[in-house]
Design a protein around this ligand. Sequence first.
Ligand code: ZN
Ligand code: ZN
Length: 409
Amino acid sequence: MTEVPFPLGPEVLDPARRALGRGLCPECFGRLFGRLGHGWTNPERAARIAEALGPMPPAWACPVCEGLFDRIPVWVERCQAAGVEYEWQRFACGSRWDPELLAREEALWLEVGTAGGESIRSAFNRELGKRLEIASKAEGAPAHPDVIFLADLPVGRVDLTVMPVYYRGRYRKLDRTLPQTRWPCRACHGIGCDRCQGTGKTYPTSVEELIAEPFLKATGGEGTRFHGMGREDIDARMLGTGRPFVLEIRRPKRRTVVLADVVAEVNRTAKDRVEVDGMTEAAAAEVVEVKEASPWKSYRVGVAGVVAVAKINEALTFATTRAIAQRTPRRVAHRRADRVRTRRIVEASLVEATEGRFTLELRAEAGTYIKEWVEGDDGRTDPSLAMLLGVPLTVEFLDVIEIHDEPKV
Ligand SMILES: [Zn+2]
Ligand SMILES: [Zn+2]
């Protein structure tokens, strides 16, 4: 920082004369002019004024800070104690004050007539941060801290906020009985009841829990949030290169893990159910990015229905040339607004056909309900494949085989 001279004109010396004899400590005296000059500490400002006005009377009990700045090392220790169980390289710090003390300081500015006073709160936060950087070999980083220390001055305690860590990757789901996220029991809302055998859950486990467990073990975190780029039905597999997700770990004790080892542990413990790869550390902002994406998807669908191959091919060709009006399916109507959406199937092909069964591969616009497009949902999807073929159809299985989230070339 370039040094800007500290002015010693009447705008400083007049208020300084009025402040003499009030018993201010050098920090509080200099801070009356803390916004004047650059590259000076407040005690240095006080020393400059003393050069002009003569030595200041010693301060026994500073009426503004009551000796707080002498006790900063104590607050540094309290911060370190609050964060001792956690790994942190970057921190932010703040403080909570008795409002009367802050008001007293502003009253003093008026009484002595200074226009360049700096608030005790910002001076304290800055000094605490500087000392904590040195004592902890950590970096003050208010924009992206690992932890936030809040010095509660009236109470004499430091409150610690631990920021989450985020990991991004893709998962494949090979099991048709797994929900994507923890699913609280509908009867007890997670408390545990007879219906859920005390687990508080509708399903014994989930993609989230299978992935989270090794991450919680590695990071010592207290819990997770799972942010998927959409979700598949419980009975649908998620194949291909998998579905992007961000795993958020709350209050992690360790922030540096050997990611390859954790991923290997997920793939070992969730074998034949869930696989993850492409894992990297992620930023908080990627949660929004993943949640807001609406990629097109490819599906493989197994259908039961008696119909000739030529007719299927004809219907698929027709289906890809026009839009579908899709009213909110009956099975999701309890959680989605009932309205009609326009969607498109952009590619459709017949993969195989045997007596009474056939398999399709489809590529569809985000938000297309595939099961309903095949079966018709009692006319709520128009046209449906069943409608085009003129026979009843039943989806026997549905797999997502690709999420097209990468920019198209
Ligand atoms: Zn003071
Ligand atoms: Zn229950």
